[in-house]
Design a protein around this ligand. Structure first.
Ligand code: HAM
Length: 414
């Protein structure tokens, strides 16, 4: 026997019944975001490596050690996208900002790639649904984005979650905070884990994210960014929170929420659920007003978010999705098989569910056994006798009741 080829670690196949749950989430997400003025933007999976290096930040885990990079045949450096925002910004600059169209709302959906250690809820290929709003710097827009996400979660039936919010201030207030935080981290450095020690000089804010209890203990007293906010960011954050309250949205202020990508400023947020285990964030986002300019476009404010489909669907595993009814056509004899075969396209068009056909030469008993195995709801039977009488026998598999319907229009009586 030849050696079996396995799927790549952390890159799972997705199939039924999970895929039906994904369809449900995708369809509802697209509906809710379309209703709020977003249109779909599909960007390529592969981009210029520089887009992510410049967009996400050189000192982030993603760029430093998680990217799938490759050289094309012309030695050009490419990367499989680790997230959607940088690509959407690139496309926004290329097709819209260049024509003076600054107010845009996009949503996107697709696979992302990060070379992380696979575990429950963490994959190397995973799917995100995300949305980005360009051309608005008002805090009401930040609150509106959260309101749309909350509406989506409600329509999906996700109730058990926590929304955490923070403000990362402006670039200058973050710079000031960085210095204050670094001074504190240097003081407690002996008590920090090796990863934090190594992180603190490159990206001190990320130290706050460490999950190790001993580090968290010493970080309790660390200065918080909210104390360093400039007046504009502070007002922005106040109005944002006020609008969340007006919308009746509960949230928790988490001054240690820093997010893993460098482009954020002002509002940052994350949705977590204690039903998810260690990888408990199922959605995250924030404002990134400097990124469009940083990637070569004009100065355009922007905010967005993305949820991870694997994690969100984990929260919905209990959901019993409505099952499509199944109609099975069972023929006996070649004339009946031919008759049913000709009717298939019309039947599939008319029937509100699945139409399957068992037109082989097997006997009736075997065919009905098959009907039970696939949980058919109805079986339409046709043999030489029925053809002569001009009828189809329709059997309800739940009640075993049988009806004879006229052969020429039986499909209108289902
Ligand atoms: P992120 O927090 O890195 O943000 O990812 C968003 C979501 O993707 C996470 O909350 C999580 O559900 C999911 N996710 C991330 N990594 C993995 C993984 N390895 N396996 C499974 N799921 C994962 C972003 O990517 C930003 N682009 C969001 C954004 C949009 N900010 C502004 N606009």
């Amino acid at each position: 026997m030849s050696q079996k080829i396995q799927s790549i670690k952390g890159m799972p196949d997705v199939f039924s019944p999970q895929i039906e749950l994904w369809h449900f989430i995708e369809t509802l997400s697209k509906k809710v975001f379309t209703q709020a003025g977003f249109s779909e933007l599909r960007t390529p999976i592969v981009e210029d490596l520089g887009l992510f290096e410049r967009g996400i930040g050189e000192a982030t885990d993603i760029v430093e050690k998680e990217m799938y990079t490759l050289l094309d045949r012309n030695e050009k450096k490419l990367a499989m996208r680790p997230e959607g925002t940088a690509s959407v910004v690139r496309a926004f600059i290329e097709h819209f900002a260049s024509k003076g169209e600054m107010d845009k709302r996009f949503y996107y959906f697709g696979p992302m790639f990060r070379y992380e250690r696979p575990q429950k809820g963490r994959f190397r290929q995973f799917y995100q649904f995300g949305a980005e709003i360009f051309g608005a710097d008002e805090p009401t827009v930040d609150a509106e984005l959260i309101q749309i996400i909350v509406q989506l979660l409600k329509e999906l039936g996700v109730a058990n979650y926590l929304l955490q919010v923070n403000s990362l201030g402006s670039a200058s207030s973050r710079e000031q905070y960085r210095t204050t935080l670094l001074q504190y981290l240097n003081k407690i450095s002996d008590h920090l884990c090796d990863k934090c020690k190594e992180r603190k000089d490159r990206n001190p804010l990320r130290v706050l994210d460490c999950k190790i209890p001993e580090c968290q203990n010493y970080l309790q007293e660390a200065p918080v960014i909210l104390d360093c906010l400039d007046e504009i960011s502070k007002k922005h954050f106040d109005v944002f929170q006020n609008y969340l309250s007006i919308a009746g949205i509960s949230y928790q202020l988490n001054p240690r929420l820093v997010r893993g990508l460098d482009y954020y400023e002002k509002t940052a947020f994350e949705f977590t659920s204690n039903q998810l285990g260690a990888q408990n964030a199922f959605a995250g986002g924030g404002r990134y007003n400097a990124l469009v300019e940083q990637l070569g476009g004009p100065s355009v404010a922007a905010i967005g978010f993305a949820f991870g489909l694997e994690r969100l669907s984990q929260l919905l595993e209990h959901l019993a999705l409505p099952k499509n009814p199944v109609l099975l056509l069972v023929s006996l004899g070649s004339a009946a098989s031919e008759h049913f075969f000709k009717q298939l396209p019309e039947l599939r068009k008319k029937y509100q569910g699945q139409v399957l056909a068992e037109l082989s030469e097997k006997g009736l008993k075997a065919k009905l056994k098959y009907a039970n195995r696939i949980h058919a709801d109805q079986v339409a039977m046709l043999g030489d006798d029925e053809l002569q009488k001009g009828v189809v026998v329709l059997k309800n598999m739940q009640t075993s009741e049988q009806r004879e319907l006229p052969l020429n229009n039986w499909m209108d009586n289902l």
